[in-house]
Design a binder for this molecule. Structure first.
Ligand SMILES: Nc1nc2c(c(=O)[nH]1)N[C@H]1C(S)=C(S)[C@@H](COP(=O)(O)O)O[C@H]1N2
Ligand SMILES: [Mo]
Length: 246
């Protein structure tokens, strides 16, 4: 209860501070901060402490991080991009956002980075520990600024599996979770193709199939109904749980 009062008082003071600022160039940036701070506050009040997935020591990293599902992408566009070191790869962020983005690999690498050593658990009965590096998804979303109607994030991928496009989705809590990152490094090196080069999602509180590889586009949406089978993911459309919490 004490903590709640503190947070509410803090938010009130912070927002009051904002109202004193005029319509300067700094205004938009300050409002951005207030919005994300407010979102964090909401989470703190609604759900208590943010649950973090366990992180591991360097000595625990698996010597080989196997690939699963698609391990080679069978498309001319992907093969051409891979041949050029993904120099022309763009990660699009669009849908219900104020400012759509198309980020190059250099732009992704120039953002603040998070590195985490986590365990990947696949429902097929294997696990591996790896060190992943990349910007937090929250950083990308704070640049693109989802509008209020956005309730989910859909992840589009470059590959098809058994002829159907792979895709995934999550809610805003997982999208803004500190350990949800768009990874471009595995164990300090560029992602191998089998592990999702050049970009793959790490969404550490959920099972392996949620970690979309070969990311091409991140879309803010109001509903998952209109996508493919309507269950929010490739494996979900084939009967798996949408919320695959560990
Ligand atoms: N685009 C894409 N993402 C995917 C898959 C896939 O086939 N295609 N397989 C999923 C499954 S079931 C698992 S367990 C992990 C495997 O990640 P890895 O290949 O790096 O081990 O990726 C997930 N993300
Ligand atoms: Mo999996």
């Amino acid at each position: 209860m004490k903590r709640r009062n503190f947070l509410v008082a803090g938010a009130a003071a912070f927002l009051a501070g904002c109202s004193k600022i005029g319509k300067t160039d700094a205004f938009a940036a300050v409002v951005d901060t207030a919005e994300s701070w407010h979102r964090g506050l909401h989470r703190a009040l609604g759900f208590g402490r943010i649950q973090m997935a366990p992180e591991f020591a360097r000595s625990q990293i698996s010597p080989f991080f196997r690939g699963n599902g698609t391990q080679q992408v069978d498309s001319d566009a992907y093969r051409a991009s891979a041949a050029s070191g993904f120099a022309d790869w763009r990660l699009v962020v669009n849908g219900l956002v104020t400012r759509p983005l198309a980020l190059s690999m250099d732009a992704i690498r120039a953002l603040p980075q998070r590195t985490q050593i986590t365990r990947h658990d696949c429902v097929e009965g294997w696990s591996a520990i790896g060190q992943w590096t990349g910007p937090q998804l929250s950083a990308l979303l704070e640049m693109a600024r989802p509008i209020d109607a956005a309730r989910y994030i859909v992840f589009h991928c470059a590959d098809t599996l058994g002829g159907a496009p792979y895709y995934e989705s999550c809610d805003m809590d997982d999208a803004f979770h500190p350990q949800t990152i768009v990874a471009h490094l595995l164990n300090g090196g560029p992602l191998p193709e089998r592990n999702g080069a050049p970009l793959r999602l790490r969404i550490e509180r959920q099972l392996g199939y949620k970690h979309a590889k070969y990311l091409t586009r991140i879309e803010a949406v109001a509903s998952l109904d209109e996508f493919y089978g309507g269950h929010g993911g490739y494996w979900e459309d084939r009967g798996y749980q949408w919320y695959a919490g560990i």
